[in-house]
Design a protein around this ligand. Structure first.
Ligand SMILES: NC(=O)c1ccc[n+]([C@@H]2O[C@H](COP(=O)([O-])OP(=O)(O)OC[C@H]3O[C@@H](n4cnc5c(N)ncnc54)[C@H](OP(=O)(O)O)[C@@H]3O)[C@@H](O)[C@H]2O)c1
Length: 287
């Protein structure tokens, strides 16, 4: 947190979730450097260096309530909320256990819901506020094999955001979606692989194997988390922000390529991209 002095309440106050690394970390710094009194929040305070932070685990009601209360008691306002915390669960859908799926939703979707509901009464009272939900380029991409759990949380965030936008506009509250492409953060190391998906006898193991080198390849062109932070800053300082901000050349190019393509054409193109155009014969041979 940038130190709150008595004059600091002239600043706009921002709360960022998942500030311990990657996009959340860079966004926290970017907002602080650009005049926002910025609260970095994270579930493990040992990861706080070099900024002062507030504990906030998005899966924990009490933690969220306490964090929002402590910011409110210091500043009496929250102008910007960046819902950033998240991780990816990977594995073919049939291989995903319900507990794994629920945990994914608990963080990525209910986490966003929990923090947003905790902040909204204050924003409504203020008659102003900006909520930035970090979605993903997987939404315009439409999905990928092994991504059903993660991708569906991001689609849910988009539905949530689009609906809330109508509800909140008359209260002076703006809702923005940021869709980053592939970003070089800890995200890929933190991927949780579904237990059953690690079993080589899974009927989906060939598809997962085929995807692995593709992930390594796309990581080579990853954009920096600073780029996403700059997009967040631009979005929240735009006088009339749009709904969706893309972050990354890869996702801009993909969206452009998709323009004018039928769903079937796009699916065929993506299948080729994922090295899956010859997968039917491979699977046929296996089962
Ligand atoms: N990297 C990409 O290519 C990419 C692309 C599109 C969208 N995104 C989205 O960008 C967001 C940030 O990801 P990143 O790339 O910056 O990855 P990252 O470096 O792994 O950061 C994820 C952050 O979320 C936090 N987090 C996870 N579970 C949490 C919880 N229960 N409560 C509070 N914080 C929690 C992590 O905290 P801990 O350190 O405590 O685990 C970490 O600070 C995610 O929503 C992700 O889906 C990433």
């Amino acid at each position: 947190m940038t130190s709150p002095s008595s004059s600091s309440f002239n600043h706009r106050v921002a709360l960022v979730t998942g500030s311990s690394s990657g996009i959340g970390y860079e966004t926290t710094l970017m907002l602080a450097r650009n005049g926002f009194l910025t609260y970095a929040t994270m579930r493990d305070l040992k990861k706080s260096e070099p900024i002062k932070v507030v504990q906030l685990d998005v899966t924990d009601d009490r933690s969220v309530k306490n964090a929002v209360q402590s910011i409110t008691s210091e500043c009496s306002k929250i102008d910007v909320l960046v819902n950033n915390a998240g991780y990816a669960l990977n594995g073919a859908f049939e291989d995903i256990a319900m507990e794994e799926l629920k945990a994914q939703y608990e963080t990525n979707l209910f986490g966003v819901a929990r923090v947003t509901q905790a902040v909204l009464p204050l924003m409504r009272k203020q008659k102003s506020g900006v909520i930035v939900n970090i979605s993903s380029g997987v939404v315009p991409m439409g999905g990928f094999p092994g991504g059903s759990a993660y991708v569906s949380t991001k689609f849910a965030i988009e539905g949530l955001s689009r609906s809330m936008r109508y509800e909140l506009e008359s209260f002076g509250i703006k809702v923005i979606l940021v869709e980053p492409g592939v970003i070089g953060t800890n995200f890929f190391n933190a991927v949780v692989v579904a237990k059953k998906s690690k079993d080589p006898s899974s009927p989906y193991s060939r598809i997962m194997e085929k995807m692995a080198p593709r992930f390594e390849e796309i990581m080579k062109n990853a954009s920096s988390p600073e780029l996403v932070a700059r997009v967040v800053l631009r979005a929240i300082t735009d006088e009339n922000p749009g709904l969706i901000y893309l972050a990354g050349k890869d996702i801009e190019e993909l969206k452009e390529a998709n323009r004018g393509m039928s769903d079937e054409e796009f699916y065929t193109m993506m299948k080729k991209n994922f090295n899956l155009d010859s997968i039917e014969s491979t699977i046929g041979a296996k089962n």
